[in-house]
Design a protein. Structure first.
Length: 141
């Protein structure tokens, strides 16, 4: 979706499609996802940013496990809240960071697709753990 560090036409086409879906939505649905099947990529990163100073941001990263170290890790401190959650048949690790710009994280491995996922929210994002799990379920086939 990027070439030479710049967004391509395909990037803008998808962005416009998702914006149009959000504008046309009359229900309570707040998250719109489009499956993208690139020919080959080691990872893909999606970000939602609201405001000129990025006061709200949500990031989703999907990485081919074969492109990573064989062991996936989630870093946290003793004062952080960490728990296992189950969504769509996948065990996930949820972290509420006590002292970080990204104050919530949710990570899991999709072994069937050979992917490692990580969702991160900054401190201004008004989403709950349940909202994050709902987002994650949209990525599970």
């Amino acid at each position: 979706m990027f070439q030479g560090g710049e967004p391509t036409k395909a990037y803008y086409d998808i962005q416009n499609e998702l914006i149009r879906k959000a504008e046309e939505s009359t229900g309570s649905k707040r998250i719109f996802v489009k499956e993208i099947k690139p020919p080959s990529a080691g990872s893909i990163s999606l970000s939602y940013v609201k405001g000129s100073d990025m006061e709200t941001s949500i990031s989703v990263i999907a990485t081919k496990r074969s492109a990573m170290n064989s062991k996936q890790e989630i870093h946290y401190a003793d004062k952080d809240h960490v728990e296992k959650v189950l969504a769509g048949g996948h065990e996930m690790i949820y972290v509420r960071y006590a002292d970080a710009y990204f104050n919530q994280g949710l990570a899991w491995v999709d072994e069937a697709q050979d992917l490692y996922y990580h969702i991160a929210l900054n401190s201004k994002a008004k989403l709950t753990k349940e909202n994050m799990i709902e987002i994650a379920e949209r990525f599970i086939n």
